[in-house]
Write a protein that binds this ligand. Structure first.
Ligand code: SF4
Ligand code: SF4
Length: 255
């Protein structure tokens, strides 16, 4: 049988023989390529429900596997292993162990939403990528991703001050992800800012970095946003617990 999508087969599952003759026909080299057969026995039947329970994953059941998301994907153009269509397929099939093989690249979605606009079924693939990355973290399959660290730092700043001050966001993001601030691109950017921006603006930016300015009367809005965040977090935890409970009791309606 011809190999239609060789890129989807793991290299370790492809075998060739340097010297092989079958029925007198020399099929050495790539002519004798075999695909290692595999048996998937550890289906997670609740996988789709678990992803659907997280924000962004709600419409994964609509996918009809057309591939427009992957075809239009910014990250896929650089790294063909980044394949939203394939991951959606694995989730819908409950193939958790296969999905886990790509656990370290799923968070790399840059939220450009090209897939969202390309999708004919309104699956919201960008949301599914976010939901899947959060699911991996919540299940302990991956540590907190740089993307989640960034979202957390950004949100903390909004809740605390009602404003975004970019240099503080970047500084805190680098601290959380244990990265040095002295990176070549950063030094280059600061040099360009110092030489290109008006002194008054630079002084205001420097002051805002040292003393975090706050939106006037922000405390009530801040409390309301924090309450909403806590509520959402609790709701997601409950939804995942419900899925787990339904799985244990065999009651699919509870999920
Ligand atoms: S939002 Fe993510 S998955 Fe969608 S096209 Fe952009 S990088 Fe790819
Ligand atoms: S574009 Fe939409 S329907 Fe097509 S494979 Fe991607 S998510 Fe599924």
């Amino acid at each position: 049988m011809p190999i239609h999508e060789k890129s989807l087969i793991r290299p370790e599952d492809l075998h060739t023989h340097d010297e092989l003759v079958i029925d007198g026909v020399d099929v050495s080299g790539h002519w004798s390529t075999f695909i290692e057969s595999r048996v998937v026995s550890d289906y997670n039947e609740a996988l789709q429900d678990e992803i659907e329970a997280l924000p962004g994953g709600e419409y994964i059941h609509r996918c009809w596997q057309c591939g427009s998301c992957t075809n239009s994907c910014t990250v896929n153009a650089i790294n063909p292993d980044f394949n939203p269509r394939y991951w959606i397929y694995l989730i819908r099939m409950g193939m958790e162990s296969e999905l886990l093989r790509d656990k370290d690249i799923i968070w790399q979605c840059v939220s450009c939403n090209k897939c969202t606009y390309a999708c004919p079924r309104d699956v919201f693939p960008e949301g599914v990528m976010k939901a899947t990355a959060h699911w991996l973290e919540r299940k302990g399959h991956t540590s907190t991703s740089p993307s989640t660290h960034f979202d957390t730092v950004f949100t903390e700043q909004i809740v605390a001050t009602g404003k975004i001050e970019e240099s503080r966001t970047i500084r805190r993001f680098f601290q959380r992800t244990k990265q040095s601030l002295m990176q070549d691109w950063m030094i280059e950017m600061v040099k360009k800012m110092v030489s290109g921006l008006p002194v008054g603006l630079l002084a205001r930016m420097g002051l805002a970095t040292l003393v975090a300015p706050k939106t006037k009367d922000w405390s009530r809005a801040s409390a309301a946003i924090q309450e909403y965040i806590d509520e959402q977090h609790e709701k997601q935890g409950e939804a995942l617990d419900l899925v787990k409970l339904a799985r244990q009791t065999g009651d699919t309606k509870a999920a």
